[in-house]
Design a protein around this ligand. Structure first.
Ligand code: AP5
Length: 208
């Protein structure tokens, strides 16, 4: 199964992808996670994109496309993948067409109030990227990762100003992909407002 997860920041793409990868036995490829891993390891790429991510702007297309092309060439992606956060521009979508076919594009739909609630309450484990929410998916011990015992942090781009910018960037650059993929007959809309397990179930049912 070759899937793209589309949707505004905080719609739950990463949360659902972490579950769906086991349902379909395919890798979860998040461009945001790949960039954050490079930032953590202080690679050349990481140094180049650090300030861009913190502000909630988009990394230039050529950098992002090269990274995804490289990742999709790995053996584990040969039978399928979930692309989470890519493509995010029409130019990226055009490039993806030259790299791989797609089975479906899942569009996670969530209103703005819920998006802001989810992003402002998100906490993550820096070393593993595991995601929590202070209300909807709290860790067993407040502020501590369930498995590593490390303190949880708030992503730089989950601060108020960066959230506002990410929503504007989404509307300007990424939302046009909804009609792009609808016209190709690939789009499946999923209501992302229910619990993660319910969202997963409605997606799996819709893809059947
Ligand atoms: P990225 O990491 O992709 O950020 P994003 O698209 O803004 O998505 P998020 O990770 O914020 O949200 P999500 O939809 O995965 O939600 P989540 O599951 O975490 O990208 C970060 C940055 O990298 C970009 O801003 C850009 O700079 C750069 N970048 C990445 N890709 C790029 C590209 N292609 N081109 C250029 N630049 C790129 O859930 C959010 C919260 O809600 C969590 O706390 C979670 O616990 C909670 N939650 C989730 N689902 C539910 C539910 N059903 N009910 C209740 N709570 C829920």
């Amino acid at each position: 199964m070759k899937l793209v997860f589309l949707g505004p920041p905080g719609a739950g793409k990463g949360t659902i992808a972490a579950k769906a990868k086991d349902v379909y036995s395919i890798p979860h490829i998040s461009t945001g996670d790949l960039f954050r891993d490079n930032i953590k390891r202080e690679t050349e790429l990481g140094k180049k994109v650090k300030a861009i991510l913190a502000a909630g702007d988009l990394v230039p297309d050529e950098v992002t496309i090269a990274m995804v092309k490289d990742r999709l060439a790995s053996d584990d992606a040969s039978n399928g993948f979930i692309l989470d956060g890519f493509p995010r521009t029409i130019a990226q979508a055009d490039a993806l067409e030259t790299i791989s076919s797609l089975d479906k594009v899942v569009n996670f739909v969530l209103d703005k109030e819920d998006i802001i609630r989810r992003l402002s309450g998100r906490r993550v484990c820096k070393s593993t990227g595991r995601t929590y929410h202070i209300l909807y998916n709290p860790p067993k011990v407040e502020g501590i990762d369930d498995e590593t015992g490390e303190p949880l942090i708030q992503r730089d781009d989950d601060k108020e100003e960066a959230i506002r910018n990410r929503l504007e960037v989404y509307e300007a650059s990424t939302a046009p992909l909804i009609s792009y993929y609808r016209e190709k007959g690939l789009l499946v809309d999923i209501d992302a407002s229910a619990s993660p397990d319910e969202v997963l179930k409605s997606m799996v049912d819709a893809l059947r």
